[in-house]
Design a binder for this molecule. Structure first.
Ligand code: HEM
Length: 556
């Protein structure tokens, strides 16, 4: 019997033979000892030197020999159970076991790498761990467009510490990414945002929570929010204009507070007081900083602990509001805010889920609109002729004091087209991402389970004509009616798509339109500078000051 041949057979023969040689009462324990040993060694055993010499078996320098030699020995049949036990005791079980496992694992890793490297799209994975993250965060659009061009379409990279395949901009790839449902956020994101928050969870929890949350975004609910948005736009713009100075200043925090209050008033209701609002904003900002913690350890002394303490407090504050809204709904069942719509849900949403709803909607809705308002004002100031056209459109349909209604928002197609062009040209969130729950074939490549797929109709790869031109009229038809491109996935992907599409996109549009109507009707801004900030939200940060429109244009 040759060395290395018929290992299974050799093993079985050896085992059976040994067993047949020992006392019947010893057989159970001998089998127990021999089985793992023979499985691991297959055809090789290590013998005590003296024993092997006595048997006349040759060894290599390290004291190994061939089991075939042992079985071929004539006098093997004369081995006693003691001889067999000696063999068993001398066999080096543990080191060999470890060596075998390590060898198998190393082989597996090498083979898997080799196999995937043949199937993966082209591209560079960058530095170990860091990948190409730095180039990515310094300009996602440029990063993606440059590589789509270089690799002729779909390419791989490693960004934000996750191996990622960026998809070529095609209808089929847009469909593919929209058909995927899973997001692969780091575990600490979930702690910060809430274990039951819609943007963090995957199916089946995602499906249930998302279904319940859509109650807050029905057309009927959205109409309820318009007076709140109108009131807050009027209040803040008036305040900013009153503070107006000839000295330009960073308007980021002014606009942030406006966007935050709009979110809170619509999510939690107008019962939130001014001091509660400031407290909420502080807690919220401290908690959200946890997303960027490199060491997400929730123990005293770690920065993440401070963030999580704020997050726990935020949950408690939300709970107080939930209680208040419950009582208010008992007195008058008419819903006034998103939380009311959730409380009216028949599907039994727990208080914990309600708290996470409030936090996650604030997160998803407030920085995105904050970024959009900055960028809209920047484009307005860049394009004075377009701005004049929009003012004329608003002047024509609104006296500046009547309530802003759905009807009014729908009669300003140029303004709607303007906002859509702002979102096409400078999308606040980009690109959209899904995590793969199983291996996926894409454009003839295979992307392994656990990787991210990313899709973004960047620059010249967008299907927009003259993609670099800021031209709102592209969103108007021949009769001047607004063309909604929200679902045109090769042109416009600012709100994503499929079962994870932005749940608040209609509300975001209402907020932008309401703000813009009040601004265009009554106010103006002198812009000193605008600085492009690509990450984490893509927008232009502004320096300037607000003033009443009459001062620059001689009256509206
Ligand atoms: C200009 C404003 C906004 C932009 C550009 C924006 C953009 C996005 C994008 C790109 C996504 C991911 C979509 C996908 O992966 O397919 C998303 C998801 C989401 N957005 Fe928005 N969003 C905005 C405003 C809002 C507002 C105001 C709310 C709520 C009040 C909101 C709530 C959400 C939620 C809950 C998700 C997660 C949906 C899910 O995972 O099922 N967003 N948003």
């Amino acid at each position: 019997m040759g060395y290395g041949k018929g290992k299974g057979k050799v093993r079985d023969e050896f085992l059976d033979y040994c067993i047949s040689r020992v006392d019947p009462e010893d057989r159970g324990s001998l089998r127990q000892n021999l089985l793992p040993l023979s499985r691991l060694l297959a055809t090789r055993l290590r013998y005590k030197d003296g024993f092997l010499r006595k048997m006349g078996i040759e060894m290599d320098q390290e004291g190994w020999t061939d089991l075939g030699q042992v079985l071929a020995l004539d006098d093997f049949s004369r081995w006693t159970s003691m001889d067999v036990r000696e063999v068993v005791q001398e066999a080096p079980k543990a080191p060999l076991f470890a060596a075998c496992v390590a060898g198998i694992l190393a082989g597996y890793v090498v083979l898997r790498r080799w196999w995937w490297s043949r199937k993966l799209p082209p591209g560079s994975m960058g530095w170990p761990l860091l990948g190409e993250t730095l180039s990515y965060v310094s300009g996602q659009e440029e990063f993606i467009a440059a590589r789509l061009l270089k690799y002729g379409g779909t390419f791989k990279s490693n960004v934000l510490f996750v191996p990622t395949v960026f998809l070529a901009v095609t209808e089929s790839n847009a469909k593919l990414i929209h058909s995927k449902r899973d997001l692969g956020w780091p575990a600490h994101f979930k702690k910060v945002m809430g274990e039951t928050s819609v943007p963090m969870v995957n199916d089946p929890l995602h499906k249930r929570l998302r279904n319940t949350s859509t109650r807050a975004f029905t057309n009927q609910q959205l109409d309820l929010y318009l007076p709140v948005l109108h009131k807050l736009s009027a209040k803040y713009l008036k305040e900013w204009a009153a503070q107006g100075t000839s000295e330009p200043r960073d308007v980021y925090f002014q606009i942030k507070k406006y966007a935050f209050e709009c979110g809170q008033a619509v999510i939690l209701g107008s019962a939130v007081t001014e001091s509660e609002l400031d407290h909420f904003m502080h807690l919220f900002d401290t908690a959200i900083a946890g997303l960027g913690c490199v060491l997400p350890v929730d123990l005293p002394g770690f920065p993440f602990h401070t963030c999580m303490s704020a997050r726990r407090q935020l949950g408690q504050e939300c709970q107080k509001v939930i209680q208040r809204r419950r009582e208010a709904l008992q007195a008058s069942p008419q819903p006034t805010c998103m939380l009311d719509a959730m409380l009216g849900s028949e599907e039994g949403t727990s208080d914990h889920e309600l708290q996470d709803f409030c936090v996650s909607m604030t997160f998803a809705g407030h920085d995105t609109t904050l970024a959009s308002i900055h960028t809209t004002l920047r484009w307005l100031k860049q394009c004075p002729e377009l701005a004049a056209g929009l003012r004329a459109e608003v002047d024509e349909i609104w006296d500046g004091s009547a309530p802003i209604t759905r009807g009014l928002l729908e009669s300003i197609p140029k303004t709607r087209a303007f906002i859509q062009e702002v979102w096409r040209k400078t999308p606040p969130v980009s690109p959209i991402v899904r995590n793969l729950a199983e291996d996926q074939e894409v454009d003839g490549f295979v992307v392994p389970k656990g990787w991210n797929l990313s899709y973004y109709p960047a620059r010249q790869f967008s299907k927009a004509d003259d993609w670099d031109e800021f031209r709102p009229s592209r969103h108007l038809d021949e009769e001047g009616q607004f063309i909604d491109s929200t679902h045109e996935a090769t042109l416009f992907e600012s709100f994503g798509g499929g079962s994870r599409m932005c749940i608040g996109y209609k509300f975001a549009r209402d907020e932008m339109l309401t703000f813009l109507m009040v601004f265009l009707k009554h106010y103006d801004m002198s812009l000193a500078s605008s600085t492009h900030t690509p990450f984490p939200f893509n927008f232009y940060r502004l320096e300037g000051s607000f003033c009443e429109r009459a001062r620059t244009e001689g009256g509206a």
